[in-house]
Write a protein that binds this ligand. Structure first.
Ligand code: SF4
Length: 385
């Protein structure tokens, strides 16, 4: 076996062990650029196992890019529900329309043109160009960086080591079968050269791997230091009507969870909310009762703790029966919130605050925090029942 990594060894391994993935063309069959693009967008920050059913549903509903471009953003967001990172869904829709408008529904083959489309960065452009069009491009994501760091024993910590790892990967891409090589690298990183306990004994590059030779395979790559994600606080308003419907609203198109439907809430900030502050921002004047418990959710850059105030009232807006909330483009956080609110309403509220009376004198409840039910109880929430 060669002492320097070569593409033939990896391609031979890939021919025998390639994964059977819904978006992957059979050996010798020309890949469909639409399927490659759709899967690559879905796989950003998401696992193959999670993406599989979403990919199948999207392709069943919109079998080609023209069909997807003709769909409304709301339909796309709704089918995307639960996949997270919703900016991807908005970009997916915008990209489909751009490909139809600018390229008559045919994806361009050049990475530079691909990168100019919404939602397509360096990695995705390289992956599409290589897999769909056989371009000699290195698609380097975290998996491939890990393989390169181990193969060449690169001890520089990430992210500083990234340019070197990219250059090393680019140097291995063969003239022919560049698409298979890109997919082989992905499969190697996902199934053999895994983050923990790589299975070096089964690796086609075992004989030339510097990390494996020196027992460093589990310590490379040297990770970047992750800063602690800050905690933010918010208060959601679970407003129900006399017929049991719940008030919803649409988030702004730009920003976090852009365009998604949500249960109204205060802004999310680094300071816990006092009861008076939260009630002042309620969608209507009502008797607001804090529900027990709170909802926790992790975003990429922060963690969120949402307390819930429940009330009954009328307001202009989007209303939905509780049992039909699934028909709306609710992100995972909001589904969690709805489940929590429904079970907490059954369990019973903790106390009452009135939106029309946001400043209830010297009551100790006024200074209580609704982000922590325990704190709310300590600060006299029960007194205002
Ligand atoms: S030999 Fe082990 S550490 Fe080296 S590339 Fe293969 S799986 Fe990764």
């Amino acid at each position: 076996m060669s002492r320097t990594p070569d593409s033939a060894a990896l391609l031979g391994w890939y021919d025998r062990h390639r994964r059977d993935l819904p978006w992957r063309a059979a050996a010798g069959v020309r890949p469909d650029p639409y399927c490659i693009w759709l899967s690559e967008i879905m796989l950003q920050q998401t696992t193959v196992v999670t993406v599989g059913p979403y990919f199948d549903r999207f392709v069943a509903r919109w079998p080609d890019i023209s069909a997807l471009a003709a769909a409304s953003l709301e339909e796309v967001l709704q089918l995307w529900q639960g996949l997270g990172y919703y900016a991807r869904a908005r970009n997916l829709h915008a990209c489909a329309r751009a490909v139809v408008d600018r390229y008559a529904g045919q994806f361009p083959e050049e990475p530079v043109q691909l990168r100019a489309l919404p939602g397509i960065g360096d990695y995705t452009a390289a992956a599409i160009a290589a897999i769909a069009f056989g371009r000699r491009e290195a698609a380097v994501d975290g998996n491939v960086e890990r393989v390169m760091a181990r193969l060449y024993a690169v001890a520089d910590p990430l992210p500083a080591a990234k340019p070197r790892l990219r250059a090393l990967a680019a140097g291995l891409v063969p003239q022919a079968r560049a698409g298979d090589f890109a997919q082989a690298m992905m499969d190697l990183g996902a199934t053999i050269c895994t983050p923990r306990r790589p299975r070096c004994i089964l690796c086609p590059w075992r004989a030339c791997c510097k990390a494996a030779a020196s027992g460093l395979q589990e310590t490379l790559p040297v990770p970047a230091e992750k800063p602690e994600r800050p905690l933010r606080y918010g208060v959601a308003f679970w407003l129900t009507r006399s017929d049991g419907a719940v008030l919803l609203r649409r988030r702004p198109q730009k920003g976090l969870l852009g365009g998604m439907t949500e249960i109204p809430s205060t802004p999310w900030r680094s300071e816990p909310w006092s009861l008076a502050e939260a009630v002042r921002l309620a969608p209507v004047a009502a008797v607001w009762s804090p529900l027990p418990g709170s909802v926790h959710h992790g975003f990429t850059h922060f963690r969120l703790e949402l307390a819930i105030l429940a009330g009954v009232g009328e307001a202009d807006g989007l209303w939905s029966p509780v049992d039909r909330l699934g028909e709306h483009a609710l992100p995972t956080l909001m589904k969690k919130l709805a489940r929590h609110a429904v079970s907490a309403v059954v369990a019973g509220p903790q106390g009452n605050w009135t939106a029309s009376d946001p400043n209830p004198g010297s009551s100790s409840a006024n200074s209580g925090s609704v982000t922590s039910p325990a704190m709310a109880r300590r600060t006299g929430a029960k007194d205002r029942r």
